[in-house]
Every structure is written in C-alpha cells, then in structure tokens.
Design a protein around this ligand. Structure first.
Ligand SMILES: [Ca+2]
Ligand SMILES: [Ca+2]
Ligand SMILES: [Ca+2]
Ligand SMILES: [Ca+2]
Length: 199
C-alpha cells in the first residue's frame, strides 16, 4: 500500500510539473520544474534539460528535428515551408504569414497560381472571374469556352459536360489534337510559373 502511495505521489508531482509548462513547451522529465521549447526536444544540437532528458531516446540524425509523439524526422528547412510535415503540424506553427495565396486547407501557393485555370490546392480556383470567352465550372474553375460540351471532362465536377444536348463522341483524331493542345496549355502555364520564379 505504501508503495502504491509513493507511485501515486510521484505521478502527481510529475503531472503537476508538466501542467506548469506553456502550450509550446515540453516538461523535462526527471527534473523538478524545467520546461523547454518544443523545438529544442530531440533537436540533436544541445542538451537543453539539465539532465539531458531532451536528447535521450532520439533517433533522428543530428541536425534533424524529431516530431513530437510520432517520431517523424524532418529537416529544419521544412519548418514554415507551408507544408505540414509533422503529423501534429508543429513545424507550421508560429510562422510568418503566407506571402502569396493562402488556401483554405492551409497551403500557401504563389499568387500567380490562383485563378490560372488549374487546381493547385483546395480553393485557388474558386471565386475567380472568367473571361467572356471562358466557361465557368460549377466549382469556379475557368476553362476555354470550346471545352464546354465537347465530350471531354474538363471540370472536376463534370459541369462542362452536363446539360449538353448533343451526345456526339469526339473522333479519334479530334481527341488526339485536343489532348495535345491541353498538354501544351499545361506546358505554357508551367513555363510561365518558372519564368516568374526566376525573376
Ligand atoms: Ca535539445
Ligand atoms: Ca513544413
Ligand atoms: Ca491554380
Ligand atoms: Ca469538356
């Protein structure tokens, strides 16, 4: 019974200490009241807890960050790169705001990718104003007007091929030529993006 009371007491002390750490901190187990920033845990750089607890049981190579709980190893360059690399997302916390277009799923993309006719995240093609010559899919994507009712699905939601009166299927030749022009369209967009990045 005494042993149980001792364990209960130790647990209570550890729990109470853990609770005194801030939200972005971890408690140094085995110490009385030491807390360190999360990013210092298993950072392979320095023993930040006085007893070195933060660098025990770490298996990521030196210079890599070990994500909490999951143990996933990431490079420090993956912090604040607008991609969630740690399962719990601590690599994307407290980061500067997105310099481009912020998608509703948390992804940050260059502004020129928004409303460019290709989905780059969950929301960059919604709420775009199409040119008069374009057709707007129900989900917001703009596609060339001639792609409407051409028996090819161009809108993710198939709205370009719904409400069509004609059912004619494209000839093999027509299909090939359209496929080529679509590939070219994509290539042009990629070149446009690359050239804008190099400036
Ligand atoms: Ca450390
Ligand atoms: Ca990241
Ligand atoms: Ca886009
Ligand atoms: Ca179509």
């Amino acid at each position: 019974m005494k042993l149980f009371a001792l364990f209960a007491c130790l647990f209570l002390v550890a729990y109470t200490n853990a609770q005194t750490c801030g939200e972005e901190e971890v408690f140094c187990e085995g110490t009385v009241d030491e807390c360190i920033p999360e990013k210092w845990y298993c950072d392979g750089i320095y023993k930040d807890c006085s007893n070195g607890w933060d660098e025990q049981d770490c298996y990521c190579p030196a210079g890599m960050y070990q994500c909490r709980n999951s143990g996933v190893c990431i490079f420090y360059a993956q912090f604040c790169d607008f991609d969630r690399d740690c399962p719990e997302g601590e690599d994307e916390k407290d980061c500067p705001p997105c310099p481009g277009f912020m998608c509703t799923d948390g992804k940050c993309i260059p502004s020129i990718w928004a409303c460019d006719g290709e989905w780059d995240c969950d929301s960059d093609e919604a709420d775009c104003n199409c040119n008069p010559s374009e057709f707007q899919c129900d989900d917001g994507l703009c596609i060339p007007g001639e792609y409407k009712c051409d028996s090819w699905q161009d809108c993710r939601d198939k709205s370009d091929e719904s409400s069509c009166t004609r059912l004619a299927k494209p000839t093999r030749l027509a299909s090939l030529s359209k496929s080529k022009s679509r590939r070219n369209l994509k290539k042009v967009r990629e070149q446009r993006i690359l050239s804008s990045c190099s400036h």
